[in-house]
Design a protein around this ligand. Sequence first.
Ligand code: ASP
Length: 350
Amino acid sequence: MKRININTAKPAQPQTKIMIIYTGGTFGMAHDANGVLVPFDFSLILEHLPTLRNLSLDLTVISFDTPIDSSNILPEHWQQIAQLIYENYGEQDGFVVLHGTDTMSYTASALSFMLQGLKKPVVFTGAQLPISETRSDARENLITSLEIAAAKKMGNAVVPEVCIYFGDELLRGNRSKKVESMHFDAFESENYPSLAKAGVSIDFNENAIHRTEAMLTLHNKINSSVAILKLFPGLTESVVKSITETQGVQAIVMETYGSGNAPTSQWLLDLLKQAIDRGTIIVNISQCTGGMVVQGKYQTSKKLQEIGVLSGGDMTTEAAITKLMVLLGEYNLNETKAKIVKSIAGELTE
Ligand code: ASP
């Protein structure tokens, strides 16, 4: 990891300390001498973003040695980011993580479960257009994320949680989904209101912001023995079997229809029941981005309830899968079952 310091704070003002963790993604691309897009050198950020000087912040920038496209993000990277935040928590006022947009919702969800008891902001952002491009959204996204990470009210952070700032909205990380690959408003949170909207001023939705009295704890063990099973009309028995009977899979997120409905075919129920009887956790998450799973509302979900499929309520798939990975890293199957249906960091309406 490379570390640089950029202090734009005016001498007479109190120093607000923000750590930027630069992991890669489109945000940091710039044209090299041959016109090819390559990750840019963060020590040149003031050249790309001179208005940074107006913010008056003491910035520490930690860059991954090799910035990566977020399609290549692994749980090891989540662990590195969580560890960095945990180790620097005492001396920093807030954190901004620059990350590719493709898997940003997964990383932000994972971090919300790995850093429980947060009282300081961890703001994820990125860009749809590289910072070197004239119309890039990178500059506005970074400046506003830094302002959000630095925002305090009566000495306390205004947004003490893991969130994503993108295209003028601040969303809870574990409620977000990437929904757009071309326009600037790339993320949505159908089941939870925005935490802030940035216009002429940044309007915080204070009632929606998660606050906790708990001490910060790091949950840095990840167990990736999980799978996602997405239902579709015509899904075959052999495909379902290949997932439910894979050696070592301890938990499955099953993406169902509407309010948690699935075909009532006996072979499907039998395969799910056999997996549950072998100890596999199956969590029901809807393919709809809005609304929630209500098992038993229709005949087509009542059976799932009866065989022991757990309702994921209004969690996103990104939140459910990363939460399972964090819980399985630390707890046994029964404890994981009990905890997956309860909110840890505001990812679920109970
Ligand atoms: N493929 C890029 C990434 O996720 C896209 C982006 O950053 O927006 O790293």
